[in-house]
Design a protein around this ligand. Structure first.
Ligand SMILES: C[S@@+](CC[C@H](N)C(=O)[O-])C[C@H]1O[C@@H](n2cnc3c(N)ncnc32)[C@H](O)[C@@H]1O
Length: 284
């Protein structure tokens, strides 16, 4: 697996990349929170931050539009875009993506939901973020993923073969001895657009101390949907390098870009650390 990391504005880096070379782009840019996002490492020795403060919606849209145009250019025609955002600007992002990629190339609105325990504001506890899935064309790479049946599902019954009786009514098939007949093995339930994946808690082993770091499991699932081994993954706002790690774990090649000097060095360090091993061990 190959990976390349750039410490620069992704606009500059993307302009220097040839067209049509990535299978997927995952974008997790600043969300228009109008805050400087900061967090410290577990030992509190280091603080990481990035600025997410904008003069207006228009300024934010302009920032995204020029970078998204480049992302679209470097995607293969079979490629996919996953854009991560939340309630601060999801309404704006959806319109922008419809405009740039074409509303006919919208595929899914993924809701990433998780548990949270407190809400200092006078509204409903925010417990989800949104990931928009678009493709560059109508001919795109897509792997069908399946989830396990819920515990309350009678899987035995689902696996039983069905046939029509003499009145055309669907019934469970029986052999000559009256035994149940099983059909083809089922793969499970097709993956839905609502993903319940835990938010990184302060004690999570994969936590680097980078603000708004996303779970590896979340990005892995995205990559599994639209890439195979040896495919190329782009993350122009790579932060702590979650996408690079997920790509590495799945045997994909990756390019990560971030404007802050810290994240890129963090990513490099992380490549060689136990984190991935720990993560693997937890998963198995
Ligand atoms: C939401 S964070 C990404 C977090 C990342 N997905 C992770 O799991 O760690 C957004 C990142 O965008 C970066 N960023 C902001 N403006 C940028 C630009 N013009 N070019 C590249 N990176 C930028 C910030 O430094 C920050 O690391």
């Amino acid at each position: 697996m190959q990976y390349q990391l750039y410490n620069d504005d992704c606009l500059h880096v993307l302009k220097g990349i040839e067209s049509d070379c990535f299978d997927v782009a995952y974008l997790d840019p600043p969300f228009f929170t109008q805050k400087t996002q900061r967090l410290h490492t577990r030992d509190r020795l280091k603080e990481y931050l990035f600025r997410d403060v904008w003069a207006s919606h228009a300024e934010y849209v302009d920032f995204l539009a020029v970078r998204l145009e480049q992302v679209k250019r470097v995607l293969k025609s079979s490629g996919a875009l996953f854009f991560h955002c939340d309630h601060h600007a999801s309404h704006i992002v959806r319109m922008l993506l419809d405009h740039l990629f074409g509303s006919e190339h919208f595929r899914s609105e993924i809701i990433w939901c998780y548990k949270r325990w407190s809400n200092p504001q006078k509204n409903l506890l925010p417990a989800h973020q949104t990931i928009y899935f678009y493709t560059k064309s109508d001919t795109y790479h897509f792997n069908h993923l399946y989830q396990e049946y819920s515990p309350s599902t009678n899987v035995d019954q689902i696996l039983q073969k069905r046939e029509r009786d003499m009145f055309g009514k669907a019934v469970y098939a029986r052999d000559d001895q009256g035994n149940i007949v099983y059909g083809k093995a089922k793969k499970g339930v097709p993956l839905s657009d609502v993903w319940d994946i835990p938010y990184l808690n302060p004690k999570a082993t994969e936590r680097t101390g980078y603000p708004t770091q996303k779970p590896i499991l979340l990005v892995e699932r995205i990559l599994e949907i639209c890439t195979d081994t040896d495919h190329w993954v782009l993350d122009p706002f790579c932060g702590s390098g979650t996408t690079i790690v997920a790509a590495h774990l799945l045997g994909r090649n990756a390019v990560g870009i971030d404007i802050s000097p810290e994240p890129v060095s963090k990513t490099l360090a992380k490549q060689n650390q136990d984190t991935r091993q720990l993560y693997k061990a937890q998963k198995n």
